[in-house]
Design a protein around this ligand. Structure first.
Ligand code: GLC
Length: 498
């Protein structure tokens, strides 16, 4: 007879099978709690920053998408699980990991050039390999590789020097630790015998010998190391929480204690919504919410199609797309965390650097429209629900409109023109008096002609767009413009890709 906890385990396993195919981690989503004054203060840098760099770097950069002798070339940071590699096989990567070209300042320079204000780096991904100097396991970059340097420390120092907020990604799921309760580790079988990998730490599902409290203590000890040895940390960016919330014995793991520990060590540190508790903000993954959103959120997205480095992946987003996404997300009140997957040499892929430098030309010219900017006071420009089409949940599909996006600062409206409208651009109606209109890309910021109209003023623009991506039209106004009321709540079910 199936006990409730067994049912739970098998339904989690099914859920996992589906999500693993989509290369996503099941994550313990928690609703973002309503803001109190203290949280608003903690969040101030984050809502000002708007743009951050995500970095997925680990042993998986060595196979770079394909395990030797295997056919599949679409792998990245999930390669251990997806290729059913026993720990004893995957571990062999560690002595090969020697990224001698790693230069923390070079990475931080790219982030800075792109206009990114914070950086979130994988301190330990689901493969369980610690990319920092930890005393909690020898399976770490100092003790297990010839490299012997601590990239997390070097990045933390470089970020702090450059004025970039330093943050760490930390996976709750661990395919290597013998006491981790991650149900999905059941899929790691010895490819020869098709038996559960006895070295893996998951001797079946559930592992009867796993001591989840030991695993909890291990994670807390690692988080303590990260929060006491690397200076100020802006965010602990948890992931893989689906495995954390429910242990193999159906117990709740100690997420509250984790949150308390973080806040006792660094009271200002933010926690994303994948720990299961204490969520400061939501993390929609690889998708931008359709309408305006009232909950604070950060869209995380890959720059090509993978998080970790995949040498076959040429599906890079253009700088135009990235700029469009920045304008879109900020006009909905969110942040954009854009990922780079560095190579095993320690270098960023050249394409990523080129794209980000192009993006940086735009952010440096048009920063007023982004950093600290508030969401659109309008909304119809974002798009509409098409009831003739259904999304994957059977709800009316969202259709983006891509003519322009609007963000606000006190006394200013900023219209990012995604398509150059030609000589006439009619603003939506608003009650405030217009003081001046100008293009942020114009070094002299010449005043443009403003012609009042019943439906909204018309601005006379040059016939040809100024050089550069998506020009921003600045409209100086008298008084404040009231933000549009309402907005959608983040749908936590859709909060990560599935
Ligand atoms: C997905 C991926 C995971 C990655 C995360 C970032 O869940 O499966 O590997 O770290 O996205 O949000």
């Amino acid at each position: 007879m199936k006990t409730p906890s067994r049912l739970l385990v098998s339904s989690l396993a099914c859920l996992f099978a589906v999500t693993a195919l989509a290369q996503t981690a099941p994550s313990g989503q928690s609703p973002v709690k309503p803001y109190d004054a203290a949280q608003q203060q903690r969040m101030a840098w984050f809502t000002h920053a708007r743009l951050g760099m995500f970095i997925h770097w680990g042993l998986y950069a060595i196979p770079a998408g394909q395990w030797p002798g295997r056919a599949n070339t679409t792998r990245a940071e999930w390669i251990m699980l997806q290729e059913n590699l026993p720990s004893s096989e995957y571990e062999k990567l560690a002595p090969q990991f020697n990224p001698v070209k790693f230069d923390a300042h070079a990475w931080v320079d790219v982030a800075k050039a792109a206009g990114m204000k914070y950086l979130v780096v994988t301190s330990r991904h689901h493969d369980g390999f610690s990319m920092f100097a930890t005393k909690q396991t020898p399976y770490n970059i100092i003790d297990a590789t010839p490299f012997g340097r601590d990239p997390i420390k070097e990045l933390a120092d470089a970020c702090h020097q450059a004025g970039i907020v330093f943050c760490v990604y930390y996976s709750i799921a661990d395919w290597h630790h013998p006491d981790s309760p991650a149900e999905y580790s059941q899929r790691v079988r010895d490819p020869e015998t098709n038996k559960q990998d006895p070295n893996h730490g998951f001797h079946g599902n559930p592992n009867p010998n796993a001591d989840v409290h030991k695993y909890d203590a291990f994670m807390r000890a690692q988080i303590r190391e990260l929060l006491t040895r690397y200076g100020e940390i802006g965010i602990v960016w948890f992931d893989g929480g689906g495995a954390f919330k429910v242990s193999n014995r159906g117990e709740l793991l100690e997420a509250d204690q984790m949150a308390e520990l973080i806040h006792s060590l660094q009271p200002a540190c933010l926690i994303n919504n994948r720990l299961g508790v204490a969520a400061d903000y939501g993390t929609p993954e690889q998708r931008i919410p359709g309408g305006r959103t009232v909950d604070p959120f950060e869209v995380c997205m890959t720059l090509n199609g993978h998080w970790g480095y995949n040498r076959f992946d040429d599906n890079w987003k253009s700088p135009e797309t990235v700029v469009r996404n920045i304008a879109d997300i900020v006009s909905k009140g969110g942040n954009y965390l854009l990922n780079v997957g560095p190579k095993a040499t320690g270098e960023f892929p050249a394409e990523a650097v080129n794209i980000l430098r192009e993006v940086g030309k735009w952010t440096h010219t048009n920063g007023a429209a982004i950093y600290g900017a508030g969401p659109t006071p309008f909304g119809a420009e974002l798009g509409y629900e098409d009831s003739a089409k259904k999304d994957r949940d059977g709800k009316p599909a969202w259709v983006d409109r891509d003519e322009w996006r609007c963000t606000t600062q006190p006394g200013n409206l900023y219209f990012t023109l995604l398509k150059w409208p030609g000589e006439k651009f009619t603003l939506p109606a608003f009650p405030n008096k217009i003081v001046r209109a100008y293009l942020l890309a114009d070094p002299m910021q010449h005043a443009l002609r403003v012609t009042p109209g019943a439906g909204g003023a018309t601005i006379t623009l040059p016939a040809m767009a100024p050089e550069g991506l998506a020009p921003v039209l600045g409209i100086e106004i008298e008084g404040a413009i009231a933000p549009r009321g309402g907005g959608d709540k983040l749908d936590s079910k859709k909060d990560t890709a599935s």
